[in-house]
Design a protein. Structure first.
Length: 389
Protein backbone atom coordinates (compact mmCIF):
# COMPACT_ATOMS: atom_id res chain seq x y z
CA UNK A 1 0.00 0.00 0.00
CA UNK A 2 2.83 2.40 0.84
CA UNK A 3 4.57 1.57 -2.45
CA UNK A 4 1.41 2.18 -4.47
CA UNK A 5 0.81 5.48 -2.68
CA UNK A 6 4.36 6.62 -3.47
CA UNK A 7 3.77 5.81 -7.13
CA UNK A 8 0.71 8.07 -6.98
CA UNK A 9 2.85 10.75 -5.29
CA UNK A 10 5.42 10.56 -8.11
CA UNK A 11 2.63 10.95 -10.68
CA UNK A 12 1.21 13.93 -8.78
CA UNK A 13 4.64 15.56 -8.69
CA UNK A 14 5.01 15.20 -12.45
CA UNK A 15 1.53 16.64 -12.98
CA UNK A 16 2.35 19.60 -10.73
CA UNK A 17 5.54 20.49 -12.64
CA UNK A 18 4.27 23.93 -13.84
CA UNK A 19 3.35 24.98 -10.29
CA UNK A 20 6.58 23.63 -8.79
CA UNK A 21 8.78 25.31 -11.40
CA UNK A 22 6.92 28.61 -10.99
CA UNK A 23 7.45 28.41 -7.22
CA UNK A 24 11.12 27.60 -7.78
CA UNK A 25 11.51 30.64 -10.04
CA UNK A 26 10.26 32.80 -7.15
CA UNK A 27 12.85 31.25 -4.85
CA UNK A 28 15.65 31.73 -7.37
CA UNK A 29 14.76 35.38 -7.89
CA UNK A 30 14.72 35.96 -4.15
CA UNK A 31 18.03 34.13 -3.80
CA UNK A 32 19.71 36.24 -6.45
CA UNK A 33 18.39 39.38 -4.78
CA UNK A 34 19.84 38.15 -1.46
CA UNK A 35 23.22 37.54 -3.08
CA UNK A 36 23.34 33.75 -2.76
CA UNK A 37 26.47 32.22 -4.28
CA UNK A 38 26.42 30.43 -7.59
CA UNK A 39 26.85 27.10 -5.80
CA UNK A 40 23.87 27.82 -3.53
CA UNK A 41 21.72 28.88 -6.48
CA UNK A 42 22.68 25.66 -8.27
CA UNK A 43 21.56 23.64 -5.25
CA UNK A 44 18.27 25.55 -5.24
CA UNK A 45 17.53 25.46 -8.96
CA UNK A 46 14.96 23.13 -10.49
CA UNK A 47 14.33 22.76 -14.20
CA UNK A 48 12.18 20.25 -16.06
CA UNK A 49 14.95 17.65 -16.14
CA UNK A 50 15.84 17.98 -12.46
CA UNK A 51 12.21 17.89 -11.38
CA UNK A 52 11.61 14.82 -13.51
CA UNK A 53 14.59 13.27 -11.74
CA UNK A 54 13.05 14.09 -8.36
CA UNK A 55 9.79 12.40 -9.36
CA UNK A 56 11.69 9.43 -10.76
CA UNK A 57 13.53 9.11 -7.44
CA UNK A 58 10.20 8.91 -5.59
CA UNK A 59 9.04 6.17 -7.96
CA UNK A 60 12.38 4.38 -7.52
CA UNK A 61 11.91 4.36 -3.75
CA UNK A 62 8.43 2.89 -4.24
CA UNK A 63 9.99 0.06 -6.23
CA UNK A 64 12.53 -0.84 -3.53
CA UNK A 65 11.92 -3.89 -1.33
CA UNK A 66 9.95 -3.07 1.82
CA UNK A 67 12.37 -3.14 4.77
CA UNK A 68 9.64 -3.32 7.40
CA UNK A 69 9.29 -6.82 8.77
CA UNK A 70 12.50 -8.07 7.17
CA UNK A 71 14.13 -10.82 9.22
CA UNK A 72 17.72 -9.68 9.72
CA UNK A 73 18.84 -12.94 11.29
CA UNK A 74 17.46 -15.78 13.38
CA UNK A 75 18.86 -18.44 15.69
CA UNK A 76 17.64 -21.31 17.84
CA UNK A 77 19.11 -21.50 21.33
CA UNK A 78 20.03 -24.84 22.94
CA UNK A 79 16.95 -24.52 25.17
CA UNK A 80 14.69 -24.38 22.11
CA UNK A 81 13.98 -20.61 22.13
CA UNK A 82 13.78 -19.23 18.60
CA UNK A 83 15.19 -15.68 18.33
CA UNK A 84 14.73 -13.32 15.37
CA UNK A 85 15.73 -9.71 14.73
CA UNK A 86 13.03 -7.91 12.73
CA UNK A 87 13.25 -4.50 11.04
CA UNK A 88 10.73 -1.97 12.32
CA UNK A 89 10.19 1.76 11.61
CA UNK A 90 11.99 4.33 13.72
CA UNK A 91 8.76 6.30 14.26
CA UNK A 92 8.47 10.04 13.61
CA UNK A 93 11.50 11.61 11.95
CA UNK A 94 12.24 15.34 11.84
CA UNK A 95 14.19 16.59 8.82
CA UNK A 96 15.77 20.06 9.13
CA UNK A 97 17.35 21.13 5.85
CA UNK A 98 18.50 24.02 3.71
CA UNK A 99 18.51 25.03 0.06
CA UNK A 100 17.81 21.81 -1.82
CA UNK A 101 14.10 21.39 -2.62
CA UNK A 102 14.66 17.79 -3.76
CA UNK A 103 15.19 16.88 -0.09
CA UNK A 104 11.47 17.47 0.47
CA UNK A 105 10.58 14.67 -1.94
CA UNK A 106 13.48 12.36 -1.10
CA UNK A 107 12.90 12.57 2.66
CA UNK A 108 9.15 12.11 2.35
CA UNK A 109 9.48 9.10 0.05
CA UNK A 110 12.13 7.34 2.12
CA UNK A 111 10.37 7.90 5.43
CA UNK A 112 7.00 6.70 4.13
CA UNK A 113 8.53 3.66 2.42
CA UNK A 114 10.19 2.66 5.70
CA UNK A 115 6.92 3.04 7.60
CA UNK A 116 7.78 6.31 9.34
CA UNK A 117 6.01 9.63 9.67
CA UNK A 118 8.08 12.71 8.82
CA UNK A 119 8.05 16.38 9.81
CA UNK A 120 9.85 18.54 7.24
CA UNK A 121 11.38 21.90 8.08
CA UNK A 122 13.01 23.39 5.00
CA UNK A 123 15.11 26.53 4.69
CA UNK A 124 13.77 29.94 3.77
CA UNK A 125 15.73 29.90 0.49
CA UNK A 126 13.46 27.20 -0.96
CA UNK A 127 10.23 27.89 0.90
CA UNK A 128 7.98 28.23 -2.14
CA UNK A 129 9.51 25.23 -3.93
CA UNK A 130 9.21 23.08 -0.82
CA UNK A 131 5.57 23.97 -0.26
CA UNK A 132 4.66 23.20 -3.87
CA UNK A 133 6.49 19.85 -3.80
CA UNK A 134 4.93 18.94 -0.44
CA UNK A 135 1.42 19.78 -1.67
CA UNK A 136 1.83 17.56 -4.73
CA UNK A 137 3.27 14.67 -2.74
CA UNK A 138 0.51 14.75 -0.14
CA UNK A 139 -2.15 14.88 -2.85
CA UNK A 140 -0.73 11.68 -4.35
CA UNK A 141 -0.20 9.94 -1.01
CA UNK A 142 -3.73 10.65 0.15
CA UNK A 143 -5.09 9.37 -3.17
CA UNK A 144 -3.13 6.20 -2.49
CA UNK A 145 -4.48 5.77 1.02
CA UNK A 146 -1.65 7.17 3.16
CA UNK A 147 -2.82 9.73 5.77
CA UNK A 148 -1.89 13.32 5.00
CA UNK A 149 -0.36 13.64 8.47
CA UNK A 150 2.27 11.05 7.56
CA UNK A 151 4.19 13.81 5.73
CA UNK A 152 3.93 17.18 7.45
CA UNK A 153 5.61 20.44 6.47
CA UNK A 154 6.32 23.06 9.14
CA UNK A 155 4.35 26.07 7.86
CA UNK A 156 6.47 28.77 9.51
CA UNK A 157 10.04 29.93 8.83
CA UNK A 158 10.38 31.10 12.43
CA UNK A 159 13.67 29.73 13.77
CA UNK A 160 11.90 28.92 17.02
CA UNK A 161 10.26 26.03 15.16
CA UNK A 162 13.67 24.40 14.84
CA UNK A 163 14.20 24.71 18.58
CA UNK A 164 10.81 23.15 19.23
CA UNK A 165 11.67 20.18 17.03
CA UNK A 166 15.06 19.70 18.68
CA UNK A 167 13.50 19.49 22.14
CA UNK A 168 10.47 17.36 21.20
CA UNK A 169 11.76 14.30 23.01
CA UNK A 170 9.04 11.66 23.09
CA UNK A 171 7.29 13.16 20.05
CA UNK A 172 10.10 13.02 17.48
CA UNK A 173 12.22 9.87 17.44
CA UNK A 174 15.16 11.11 15.35
CA UNK A 175 16.36 14.39 13.83
CA UNK A 176 18.25 14.48 10.52
CA UNK A 177 19.95 17.82 9.74
CA UNK A 178 20.78 18.52 6.08
CA UNK A 179 22.64 21.75 5.52
CA UNK A 180 25.69 23.82 6.31
CA UNK A 181 28.10 23.39 9.17
CA UNK A 182 26.39 26.00 11.36
CA UNK A 183 23.01 24.24 11.07
CA UNK A 184 24.44 20.83 11.91
CA UNK A 185 26.44 22.21 14.84
CA UNK A 186 23.35 23.93 16.24
CA UNK A 187 21.31 20.74 15.93
CA UNK A 188 23.97 18.64 17.62
CA UNK A 189 24.42 21.20 20.42
CA UNK A 190 20.73 21.78 21.18
CA UNK A 191 18.99 18.52 20.37
CA UNK A 192 17.34 16.43 23.08
CA UNK A 193 16.35 13.97 20.37
CA UNK A 194 18.78 11.47 18.75
CA UNK A 195 20.54 13.04 15.74
CA UNK A 196 21.74 11.39 12.54
CA UNK A 197 24.38 13.90 11.47
CA UNK A 198 25.64 14.74 8.01
CA UNK A 199 28.70 16.97 8.45
CA UNK A 200 31.06 18.66 5.99
CA UNK A 201 32.19 16.92 2.85
CA UNK A 202 35.90 17.72 3.04
CA UNK A 203 36.74 14.99 0.56
CA UNK A 204 40.22 14.04 -0.65
CA UNK A 205 41.45 12.40 -3.83
CA UNK A 206 44.99 11.06 -3.64
CA UNK A 207 46.83 10.66 -6.95
CA UNK A 208 49.32 7.91 -6.14
CA UNK A 209 52.69 7.61 -7.89
CA UNK A 210 51.35 4.62 -9.85
CA UNK A 211 48.21 6.38 -11.08
CA UNK A 212 47.53 6.18 -14.82
CA UNK A 213 47.70 9.84 -15.98
CA UNK A 214 44.63 9.91 -18.23
CA UNK A 215 42.52 8.25 -15.52
CA UNK A 216 43.89 10.54 -12.82
CA UNK A 217 43.09 13.64 -14.85
CA UNK A 218 39.56 12.52 -15.73
CA UNK A 219 38.73 11.55 -12.14
CA UNK A 220 40.17 14.74 -10.63
CA UNK A 221 38.29 17.05 -13.01
CA UNK A 222 35.02 15.15 -12.52
CA UNK A 223 35.38 14.85 -8.73
CA UNK A 224 35.80 18.61 -8.40
CA UNK A 225 33.83 20.16 -11.22
CA UNK A 226 30.94 17.90 -12.28
CA UNK A 227 28.83 19.64 -9.61
CA UNK A 228 30.79 21.75 -7.16
CA UNK A 229 27.89 22.36 -4.77
CA UNK A 230 27.23 18.76 -3.70
CA UNK A 231 28.65 17.12 -0.59
CA UNK A 232 30.51 14.51 -2.65
CA UNK A 233 32.62 17.11 -4.44
CA UNK A 234 36.39 16.81 -3.93
CA UNK A 235 37.77 19.69 -1.86
CA UNK A 236 41.45 18.65 -1.55
CA UNK A 237 43.68 16.99 -4.13
CA UNK A 238 46.73 15.14 -2.83
CA UNK A 239 49.40 14.49 -5.47
CA UNK A 240 52.29 12.12 -4.84
CA UNK A 241 55.65 13.77 -5.40
CA UNK A 242 56.62 10.76 -7.53
CA UNK A 243 53.57 11.05 -9.82
CA UNK A 244 55.02 11.74 -13.28
CA UNK A 245 52.44 14.14 -14.72
CA UNK A 246 51.76 16.74 -12.03
CA UNK A 247 51.90 19.87 -14.28
CA UNK A 248 49.50 18.33 -16.80
CA UNK A 249 47.06 17.38 -14.03
CA UNK A 250 47.10 20.87 -12.55
CA UNK A 251 46.79 22.44 -15.99
CA UNK A 252 43.73 20.35 -16.79
CA UNK A 253 41.98 21.55 -13.64
CA UNK A 254 42.84 25.19 -14.32
CA UNK A 255 41.73 24.88 -17.95
CA UNK A 256 38.41 23.49 -16.74
CA UNK A 257 37.83 26.64 -14.68
CA UNK A 258 39.05 25.62 -11.25
CA UNK A 259 40.94 27.96 -8.91
CA UNK A 260 43.84 26.10 -7.30
CA UNK A 261 45.31 26.87 -3.88
CA UNK A 262 48.52 24.96 -3.43
CA UNK A 263 51.16 24.22 -0.82
CA UNK A 264 54.64 25.64 -1.58
CA UNK A 265 55.70 22.77 -3.88
CA UNK A 266 52.47 22.91 -5.86
CA UNK A 267 52.31 26.72 -6.03
CA UNK A 268 55.86 26.81 -7.44
CA UNK A 269 54.77 24.79 -10.48
CA UNK A 270 52.40 27.36 -12.01
CA UNK A 271 52.04 31.11 -11.41
CA UNK A 272 48.26 30.78 -11.67
CA UNK A 273 48.14 28.76 -8.44
CA UNK A 274 47.40 30.73 -5.27
CA UNK A 275 49.37 29.84 -2.11
CA UNK A 276 47.14 27.89 0.27
CA UNK A 277 46.50 29.05 3.83
CA UNK A 278 46.25 26.76 6.83
CA UNK A 279 42.45 27.13 6.72
CA UNK A 280 42.22 25.85 3.14
CA UNK A 281 42.89 22.24 4.19
CA UNK A 282 39.78 22.32 6.42
CA UNK A 283 37.42 24.21 4.09
CA UNK A 284 34.42 22.84 2.24
CA UNK A 285 34.37 25.26 -0.70
CA UNK A 286 31.29 23.95 -2.55
CA UNK A 287 32.65 26.01 -5.43
CA UNK A 288 35.19 25.76 -8.25
CA UNK A 289 38.06 26.09 -5.77
CA UNK A 290 40.44 23.28 -4.83
CA UNK A 291 43.28 22.98 -2.33
CA UNK A 292 46.22 20.92 -3.61
CA UNK A 293 49.07 19.39 -1.61
CA UNK A 294 52.15 17.47 -2.71
CA UNK A 295 52.80 14.45 -0.47
CA UNK A 296 55.76 12.11 -0.17
CA UNK A 297 54.18 8.71 -0.54
CA UNK A 298 51.21 6.79 0.82
CA UNK A 299 52.06 7.29 4.50
CA UNK A 300 52.05 11.07 4.07
CA UNK A 301 48.76 10.92 2.16
CA UNK A 302 47.14 8.82 4.88
CA UNK A 303 48.40 11.22 7.55
CA UNK A 304 46.97 14.23 5.68
CA UNK A 305 43.59 12.54 5.25
CA UNK A 306 43.50 11.51 8.91
CA UNK A 307 44.24 15.07 9.97
CA UNK A 308 41.88 16.96 7.68
CA UNK A 309 39.14 14.65 6.35
CA UNK A 310 35.57 15.09 7.60
CA UNK A 311 35.12 11.28 7.30
CA UNK A 312 32.72 11.68 4.37
CA UNK A 313 34.40 10.38 1.18
CA UNK A 314 38.08 9.90 0.33
CA UNK A 315 39.58 8.30 -2.78
CA UNK A 316 42.84 6.96 -4.18
CA UNK A 317 43.76 6.73 -7.86
CA UNK A 318 46.40 4.09 -8.52
CA UNK A 319 47.28 0.99 -10.51
CA UNK A 320 49.06 -0.42 -7.44
CA UNK A 321 46.61 -2.91 -5.91
CA UNK A 322 48.49 -3.17 -2.62
CA UNK A 323 48.52 0.61 -2.15
CA UNK A 324 44.80 0.76 -2.96
CA UNK A 325 43.92 -1.96 -0.46
CA UNK A 326 45.92 -0.26 2.26
CA UNK A 327 44.17 3.06 1.58
CA UNK A 328 40.75 1.37 1.62
CA UNK A 329 41.57 -0.38 4.90
CA UNK A 330 43.20 2.48 6.79
CA UNK A 331 41.16 5.55 5.85
CA UNK A 332 38.42 5.85 8.46
CA UNK A 333 35.72 7.54 6.39
CA UNK A 334 32.14 6.56 5.70
CA UNK A 335 32.99 6.03 2.02
CA UNK A 336 36.44 5.09 0.68
CA UNK A 337 37.02 4.73 -3.06
CA UNK A 338 39.61 3.34 -5.48
CA UNK A 339 39.85 4.64 -9.06
CA UNK A 340 36.47 6.39 -8.94
CA UNK A 341 35.18 9.95 -8.63
CA UNK A 342 33.97 11.07 -5.22
CA UNK A 343 30.89 12.41 -7.00
CA UNK A 344 29.56 8.82 -6.82
CA UNK A 345 28.99 9.38 -3.08
CA UNK A 346 25.24 9.25 -3.47
CA UNK A 347 22.52 6.85 -2.38
CA UNK A 348 21.11 6.57 -5.88
CA UNK A 349 24.51 5.66 -7.32
CA UNK A 350 24.88 3.03 -4.59
CA UNK A 351 21.62 1.41 -5.67
CA UNK A 352 19.79 2.54 -2.54
CA UNK A 353 17.32 4.84 -4.26
CA UNK A 354 17.08 8.36 -2.86
CA UNK A 355 19.00 9.10 0.31
CA UNK A 356 18.19 11.07 3.43
CA UNK A 357 21.84 12.13 3.69
CA UNK A 358 25.34 10.76 4.13
CA UNK A 359 26.05 10.06 7.77
CA UNK A 360 29.64 10.72 8.82
CA UNK A 361 29.32 9.44 12.38
CA UNK A 362 29.81 5.88 13.56
CA UNK A 363 26.52 4.99 15.26
CA UNK A 364 23.30 3.54 13.83
CA UNK A 365 23.99 4.27 10.15
CA UNK A 366 27.01 5.39 8.14
CA UNK A 367 27.45 6.60 4.56
CA UNK A 368 24.37 7.03 2.35
CA UNK A 369 21.33 6.63 4.60
CA UNK A 370 18.37 5.14 2.76
CA UNK A 371 15.62 2.75 3.80
CA UNK A 372 17.70 0.51 6.06
CA UNK A 373 19.07 3.53 7.93
CA UNK A 374 15.51 4.71 8.62
CA UNK A 375 14.61 1.54 10.47
CA UNK A 376 15.65 -0.03 13.73
CA UNK A 377 15.00 -3.58 14.89
CA UNK A 378 13.39 -5.53 17.65
CA UNK A 379 13.93 -9.04 18.92
CA UNK A 380 11.14 -11.57 18.63
CA UNK A 381 11.47 -14.61 20.92
CA UNK A 382 9.28 -17.68 20.43
CA UNK A 383 9.16 -20.41 23.01
CA UNK A 384 7.20 -23.46 24.07
CA UNK A 385 6.88 -22.70 27.77
CA UNK A 386 10.58 -22.37 28.69
CA UNK A 387 11.43 -20.87 32.08
CA UNK A 388 14.90 -19.70 33.07
CA UNK A 389 16.61 -21.90 35.70
Amino acid sequence: ARAAALDRAAQALRAAAPQVLAANARDLAAGEARGLSGAMLDRLMLDEARLAGVADAVAAVAALPDPVGEVIDSTVRPNGLRLSRIRVPLGTIGIIYESRPNVTADAAALCVRAGNAVILRGGSEAVHSNRAIHAALVEGLVAGGVPADAVQFVPSQDRACVGAMLTANGLIDMIVPRGGKSLVERVQADARVPVLAHLDGINHTYIHAAAEPAMAEAIAVNAKLRRTGICGSMETLLVDAAYPAIPALLGALIAAGCELRGDPRIAALDPRIIPASDDDWDTEYLDAILSVACVDGLDAALAHVARHSSAHTDAIVTADAAAAERFLAEVDSAIVMHNASSQFADGGEFGLGAEIGIATGRLHARGPVALEGLTTYKWQVRGQGQIRP
